[in-house]
Design a protein around this ligand. Structure first.
Ligand SMILES: [Zn+2]
Length: 285
């Protein structure tokens, strides 16, 4: 911060981090997300203006875990490096190929699944990491940040329980779905809803024929009751799966991005609640 009266200028890589940061920082900070809501984070290309904004930021908050490969190209160009904060610090990462997809070869063996925020316990960790970073950069607002964290953490704790209750209410034989890309591994592990996807965690452009065949087999063998679309992903793949297997489309899930502010998934909490409503409506109508 240049002057004590100025707000902390924070840039986050994607919209979910911006929302959690705002919940903690309130009016004491200005936060902008590089990747805007409803946009594709996996295949983002930073524009010259983004790099300029990064240079001027006090803090840059990133997910890491391999979620933002494009940041590696941006980071070395910054001379006055802003403070780089890894929101996922301390998360127990899931292996990249938790579904044993055929396209995950040995060279990817050490990669991890970046979508840690799909377990609310991890989001609580994100919030704590952000508070530490905010207090370090702006100790004058320490009390405000801690107060906001306490309130937000209670909301997240309630959200975690709400998701648990909602999944438990779905008949156990129906707790399995297909989505577009493998973004829900943490959700699956935390809340016990099995999720399969033709696209991997890194969201390649097209699934291999082998992966498509494997998912179709899975749909028949496990009698998967519904296939879900995802925001910011071409819907044709899921629609093709649905028509080939005659399984219904259950709705649209939010994986990697919030929606614009006036839409139902404008915050991390409402995003998770919207997903739960969509799942419940389709699986336990
Ligand atoms: Zn993703």
């Amino acid at each position: 911060m240049t002057h004590a009266a100025e707000k902390l200028n924070i840039i986050t890589s994607f919209s979910i981090l911006a929302d959690i940061t705002k919940a903690i920082g309130g009016d004491a900070i200005d936060v902008t997300s590089l990747v805007e809501p409803d946009a594709d984070v996996h295949h983002f290309e930073p524009r010259p203006q983004d790099i300029k904004n990064l240079l001027e930021a006090d803090l840059v908050i990133v997910n890491s875990l391999g979620f933002e490969p494009w940041l590696d190209r941006v980071k070395p160009t910054t001379k006055k490096t802003p403070l780089w904060v890894v929101a996922s610090d301390g998360v127990t990462p899931l292996p990249f190929d938790h579904h044993d997809h055929a396209n995950h070869n040995a060279s990817e063996g050490e990669a991890v699944d970046p979508h840690a925020w799909q377990n609310v316990k991890n989001a609580r960790l994100y919030a704590k990491n952000m508070v530490t970073a905010l207090i370090n950069s702006d100790p004058t607002h320490r009390a405000l940040y801690l107060e906001n964290l306490a309130r937000y953490d209670r909301e997240l704790e309630r959200l975690d329980q709400e998701i648990r209750n909602a999944i438990e209410a779905i008949p156990s034989s129906k707790r399995k779905i297909v989505t577009s890309h493998d973004a829900f591994g943490y959700f699956e592990k935390a809340y016990g809803l099995k999720m399969f996807a033709p696209l991997g965690v890194g969201r390649e452009a097209q699934p291999s024929a082998k992966d498509m065949a494997q998912v179709i087999r899975q749909i028949y063998n496990d009698a998967i009751p519904a296939i879900f679309l995802e925001t910011a992903i071409d819907t044709r793949l899921a629609e093709q799966l649905a028509s080939e297997t005659e399984v219904k489309i259950g709705g649209t899930l939010y994986a990697d991005t919030l929606s614009q502010k006036n839409c139902p998934a404008g915050t991390y909490i409402t995003m998770m609640e919207t997903n739960i409503k969509t799942l419940t409506n389709a699986l336990d109508p």
